[in-house]
Design a protein around this ligand. Structure first.
Ligand code: BG6
Length: 462
């Protein structure tokens, strides 16, 4: 075993069980050498490594992309050690340092899989760990809780780690179809030539989940859908869908193109024509949620990008928990044809659960008739074989971090611009006392989100 360690703070949390461990397991089964390092799981609970692995096993079984195999799990889990520690107690990092020393672990990656309010204390604690400052640090999103806290955190981290070693993760950037958007847009003249407001009536980005907040009430209730999903994942998608041709597919060029989109987001004037918030019924009964909480578990937005390409095309975004299905899709709705009977062309980029592209266009109905009907071409690439061969987002991104590749990580200026926008939305909706509409679990969210579009002659593509 080499002297490198991957330490996860928040090792008993939802993220570690649901995403990180299955990703590590997949990498291990795939024979990926990138992950041949010790995995130190930091948690407060009184577990032994054996007990921890018993719990971890069932999550890996349920969530890993590759079929579960007991022998493979045994081999993989031999790298894992559970280390009990209260990471908010600064003095405990000295003991952690001794543990690393005794086990000859000097090359570090630290993963902060905890709520953002704990990032700062962990960063402080790590100053007590030898070699930590030469290690890498991966920070889960959201980076901070608002712009001010994100700035403070940035300064703190910069005082200890070098910028090259800070990886701000947004796992949506590791999703197969999000990485496909540029290819689909720029390598197909049938799309690239029409990718502007002259031909596109609306763009709709939807990320719905059927799950509730599960065990994450403490974090989620202080966050809400705008901070948890929109500020990061959905703004990343928006800026990739709307960006200009990046001249080359380098990460710098792409990043600059994304930044220009975020800068061009039109400042919100009328919050009621911009935002609808919802909360699922029963949210107050979730663990660690305040009894009168008005935190939104659903948000729908109507945004504009003030540049020549997008002048006049609304971007509709929606996300929510406890909805009817788990699905992420990007729908491009083209402007109507002059032929009244023709339906609008629709292109849908399907991100999950199935991955692919759907295109709807008009044809003549076969037979002795002039009737126009819609052809619906549905390309699906996430069949069983492809799924086995395509790494999932966290696998890709962790491997990228181990290999020092920062291409698909969030950059500070993106985070800054997104927080700026989201903070302003928060201010406006608090000021205007915007209602948070209750919706039925298993529904499509509050009806008011439909009205946000119907007022302007549009509707969500479902
Ligand atoms: C996380 C959010 O970043 O993404 C969660 O904090 C959300 O609230 C999750 O459930 C969704 O990820 P995915 O990959 O399942 O779409």
């Amino acid at each position: 075993m080499n002297n490198s360690a991957f330490t996860i703070f928040g090792g008993t949390g939802d993220l570690t069980f649901r995403k990180l461990l299955p990703a590590f397991y997949n990498m291990s089964v795939a024979g990926d050498h990138a992950i041949e390092r010790k995995i130190i799981i930091i948690g407060r609970r009184d577990y032994t490594t054996e007990k921890y692995l018993d719990i971890a096993r069932s999550w890996v079984e349920k969530f890993s992309r590759l079929p579960y195999d007991e022998a493979a799990f045994k081999k993989f889990s031999a790298r894992i050690t559970y280390y009990k520690m209260d990471f908010t107690d600064i003095s405990s990092y000295k003991t952690l340092n001794n543990y690393y020393k005794n086990n000859h672990l000097a090359e570090h990656i630290f993963y902060f899989a905890v709520a953002p309010r704990f990032f700062s204390v962990i960063a402080d604690g790590l100053t007590n760990v030898e070699h930590a400052c030469h290690g890498k640090v991966i920070l889960e999103k959201p980076f901070g809780e608002d712009l001010d806290s994100a700035k403070e955190l940035n300064i703190k981290l910069a005082g200890f780690f070098t910028d090259n070693n800070i990886f701000r993760i947004d796992h949506y950037l590791g999703k197969e179809m999000i990485r496909n958007i540029q290819t689909l847009r720029f390598s197909n003249p049938i799309f690239s030539n029409l990718w502007n407001s002259r031909y596109i009536e609306t763009v709709q980005i939807s990320a719905s989940e059927d799950m509730g907040i599960e065990t994450r009430g403490g974090y989620y209730d202080a966050s809400g859908a705008l901070r948890d999903m929109v500020q990061n994942h959905l703004f990343q998608i928006l800026s990739i869908v709307a960006m200009e041709w990046p001249e080359q597919f380098s990460s710098e060029a792409m990043h600059d193109a994304q930044i220009r989109v975020l800068r061009a987001l039109r400042p919100v004037k009328d919050i009621r024509e911009t935002l609808v918030l919802g909360q699922y019924k029963g949210y107050h009964q979730e663990k660690l949620v305040k009894p009168n909480s008005t935190t939104e578990t659903y948000a729908a937005l109507r945004l504009f990008i003030d540049n020549e390409r997008w002048w006049g095309t609304p971007f509709y975004i929606r996300t929510g928990k406890k909805l009817s299905s788990r699905e992420i899709k990007i729908a491009i709705i083209f402007r109507p044809s002059f032929l009244e009977k023709a339906a609008q062309n629709i292109l849908i980029i399907k991100v999950q659960p199935s991955e692919g592209v759907y295109l709807q266009f008009n044809i003549k109905k076969p037979g002795d008739t002039d009737e126009i009907i819609q052809a619906k071409m549905d390309f699906c690439q996430s069949d069983y074989v492809n799924r086995l061969n395509t790494p999932e987002a966290y696998e890709r991104l962790m491997k990228a971090c181990i290999n020092d590749n920062k291409s698909w990580f969030s950059q500070w200026d993106q985070i800054e611009l997104s927080w700026n926008f989201i903070d302003r939305l928060h201010e406006l909706y608090k000021w205007e006392n915007l209602p948070v509409f209750r919706y039925e679990p298993g529904s499509n969210g509050p009806a008011q989100a439909d009205e946000l579009l119907s007022k302007f002659g549009h509707e969500w593509i479902d």
